[in-house]
Ligand binder design. Structure first.
Ligand SMILES: Cc1ncc(C[n+]2csc(CCOP(=O)(O)OP(=O)(O)O)c2C)c(N)n1
Ligand SMILES: [Mg+2]
Length: 308
């Protein structure tokens, strides 16, 4: 299947408050086409709510409920269980809707992590999508657990000192039916992963890398360019896993197997305002070497993890 063969039905209606070039809107359009209309969505406080999910400017043409920050796991899990109960009592007929969460990195990595981990362990029947823009974006770009080391945000003005958590891997270690990472630069890989997850039951987790032009500081026309560079430099990795077994995908597999060298990371960081401090630092070369060494170490780790 190629991108021209995707359904022409749009589940994200134009006229939203989202920024031009908003990556999360692009991602949700693709996901909507893969999931279809028989869905129920849950949204935690984020751009997905503040700019796109509030009456009268809501842009979702499927049932979507705004829930509190920490509760994505509990809310989607409980809704799914309630549906199961109604089906078993004969009060609902037809195919069960796909219950899914659309939650930012703040709501996934930090504030909702405990509830999400509990859902994964219980194998609750829903898909959790984490759209990872590496910051608390809608509240003005505060650092999150997904913000990479040396990134400048309003709460890490000198550059974040810690590396980001690896939540997709943490989710994989719960051994749920499905975990995957994806990128907007490879829309058919994302589409395939969503279609695959849709056919499964139990806990499924898909995380999509979402360059944010406002928080990251790049022109809104460059969203996909940044998405692609993230993968080509090895800064973002593509893989999927079933019941704990990991498989590398696409360019990430090529880089990890040493068939191709990652593009120098400066090509990616150099396009983003949030790294201007790093670029102007006298220790720039040292920082870039450290970042590239970390990328190679992560790739090596993934190759090993894929053999288990
Ligand atoms: C318990 C709680 N703490 C803080 C907030 C304020 N708040 C609303 S949205 C948001 C940022 C969300 O970040 P993320 O989940 O990454 O989504 P993004 O804004 O990047 O789309 C914050 C801190 C809140 N609504 N509830
Ligand atoms: Mg975010």
């Amino acid at each position: 299947m190629n991108i021209k063969e995707l359904s022409s039905t749009e589940y994200i209606i134009p006229g939203t408050g989202a920024c031009a070039g908003c990556s999360s809107t692009i991602g949700l359009r693709i996901i909507g086409k893969a999931l279809g209309e028989n869905v129920i969505a849950f949204l935690t406080p984020s751009c997905a709510v503040a700019s796109m999910g509030m009456t009268p400017k809501t842009c979702y043409s499927f049932p979507a409920q705004n829930i509190c920050f920490a509760s994505a796991g509990a809310s989607a899990g409980a809704a799914s269980m309630a549906l199961d109960a109604l089906y078993s009592k004969g009060k609902l007929q037809g195919e069960k809707p796909v219950v899914f969460n659309w939650v930012g990195d703040g709501g996934t990595y930090d504030i909702g992590f405990q509830g999400l981990s509990a859902s994964a362990e219980r194998n609750d029947d829903f898909i959790h999508f984490c759209y990872n823009n590496e910051a608390y974006s809608n509240t003005g770009n505060q650092r999150s657990g997904a913000t990479p080391k040396y990134t400048t945000t309003t709460t890490s003005p000198l550059g974040k000192e810690m590396v980001q958590k690896n939540v997709p891997l943490l989710m994989l270690e719960h051994r749920p039916p499905y975990v995957a990472t994806a990128s907007l630069a490879y829309p058919m890989d994302l589409y395939r992963k969503v279609e695959k997850a849709k056919k499964m039951t139990g806990f499924r987790y898909i995380e999509i890398h979402m360059p944010c032009c406002i928080s990251w500081g790049f022109p809104s026309s460059d969203t996909i360019k940044l998405s692609k560079l993230a993968v080509q430099t090895g800064s973002w990795v593509l893989w999927e896993g079933e019941y704990g077994k990991l498989t590398l995908n696409g360019i990430t597999a090529t880089l990890a197997e040493g068939k191709k060298k990652p593009i120098p990371v400066e090509k990616y960081l150099g396009l983003q305002g949030r790294y201007s401090r790093l670029r102007n630092s006298p220790q720039k070369e040292q920082y870039l070497t450290e970042i590239e060494n970390n990328i190679l170490r992560e790739l090596e780790f993934l190759v090993g993890r894929a053999t288990l």
